[in-house]
Design a protein around this ligand. Structure first.
Ligand SMILES: Nc1ncnc2c1ncn2[C@@H]1O[C@H](COP(=O)(O)OP(=O)(O)OP(=O)(O)O)[C@@H](O)[C@H]1O
Ligand SMILES: [Mg+2]
Length: 360
């Protein structure tokens, strides 16, 4: 195996069976830049989605696992050979009867144990700066799910309490007696979630500012901070807030206080980017955040994640494209494109139609 200049995770090969539009397909990926090209609706995003599944997060665009199964079939699988820490691993995910099952080197694992990391940049990420808080929460959470497997369990426990509390608020009556117990859990679990997110955002902020400055020729300062709703910065504070807003929550029949409303505050030159950034500035800031996340993952795990650029390459101008790819040099990058776009540097070109012709 040729030695790589930079430590990075890599996908070497993928085999799909009854995955979305693919009955059977297989392809190899090269280290460095891979351009997956083909006309609209030919399966570029489907292929990138299958690669992304290897981080064990589920798809960014399927709300149900069944959507991944080819229409008319009942079982799908994706098998990938990936390199993590210089070791090749076989990751396999199958969906049958609406249940997914993972194996690594043939041994059953939980999705949080694949060990593989990706940073995804798709059109939704262009909304990272100007879109709703849900986008930024998902950005933070997806990063933490990959970096801190224990964060997933914590997040699930929190989500289940919120679900139970919402149901109590909707049912009212004696169910409301459960509110103090739920409130205590929301405060304690929420503070743990917030501390993970705060630490991540602190690291992201330094790196993102450097990239943003470089892209704006030193003119603009990017500031990113973790923002808790109503400044509920510790458990006692959240408990007090829950008490204060109890009647409001009962009237609204919704959970209004907690980290599920927190956000990542982004400012450019001291002004809220969500309200004041121009389209171009917002794009620059999203490229900066994506690039920063790669750096944070590298610092944390000693290896760069795989960078997936789906449907965004043509949306970005030459300068931002150059930044993304130049910064990702040394790592592996998968790019979807309608034309076999010529990259400035060396690249591996995969024609998506040629995958459709592979027979099982
Ligand atoms: N479960 C499924 N079974 C069969 N086909 C599916 C399934 N899910 C999606 N498809 C089909 O897969 C096709 C390819 O979709 P995909 O999003 O990968 O295209 P694309 O090459 O990325 O196109 P674009 O350039 O427009 O982004 C779509 O036409 C869609 O109808
Ligand atoms: Mg697509």
């Amino acid at each position: 195996m040729p030695e790589r200049a930079t430590a990075c995770m890599q996908i070497n090969n993928i085999i799909l069976d009854n995955f979305r539009s693919y009955a059977h397909a297989e392809t190899a990926f090269a280290p460095g830049v891979n351009v997956i090209y083909g006309e609209n609706g030919r399966g570029k995003t489907n292929l990138l989605e299958a690669v992304y599944l290897n981080c064990g997060l589920g798809s960014w665009r399927a709300s149900k696992k069944e959507e991944l199964v080819r229409w008319g079939e009942s079982v799908m699988s994706q098998q990938s050979r990936v390199e993590i820490g210089g070791m090749e691993r076989a990751l396999r995910m199958a969906v049958a009867d609406g249940r997914r099952a993972w194996t690594r080197d043939g041994v059953r694992i939980n999705p949080s144990e694949t060990g593989f990391m990706c940073v995804l940049f798709e059109p939704g990420e262009l909304e990272l700066v100007q879109g709703s808080g849900a986008k930024r929460r998902r950005f933070m959470d997806n990063a933490l799910f990959q970096l801190r497997p224990q964060y997933r369990a914590l997040w699930r426990e929190y989500a289940s309490i919120i679900q139970k509390k919402t149901s109590a608020l909707k049912q009212g009556g004696s169910y409301l007696e459960l509110l103090p117990e739920y409130g205590m859990k929301i405060a304690v679990l929420g503070e743990r979630i917030a501390s993970y997110r705060r630490a991540l955002v602190k690291k992201l902020a330094e790196s993102a500012d450097l990239v943003h400055r470089e892209m704006s020729a030193g003119r603009e300062k990017l500031q990113v901070r973790y923002k808790t709703v109503k400044n509920g910065s510790d458990a006692d504070n959240v408990t007090a807030l829950l008490k204060e807003y109890e009647q409001v929550e009962i009237a609204a029949r919704r959970c209004l206080i907690g980290v599920h409303h927190d956000d990542m505050e982004i400012e450019i030159d001291g002004r809220a980017a969500r309200a004041f950034a121009s389209q171009g500035q917002a794009r620059t800031a999203s490229v900066a955040l994506i690039t920063a996340l790669r750096e944070v993952m590298m610092q944390d795990r000693g290896e760069y994640p795989v960078l997936i650029l789906d449907d965004v390459f043509s949306e970005l101008d030459e300068k931002r494209r150059g930044f993304l790819v130049d910064n990702a040099m040394g790592g592996q990058v998968l790019i979807s494109s309608c034309e076999p776009r010529r990259m400035a540097g060396p690249a591996n070109y995969i024609e998506v139609d040629s995958l459709l012709r592979t027979k099982g």
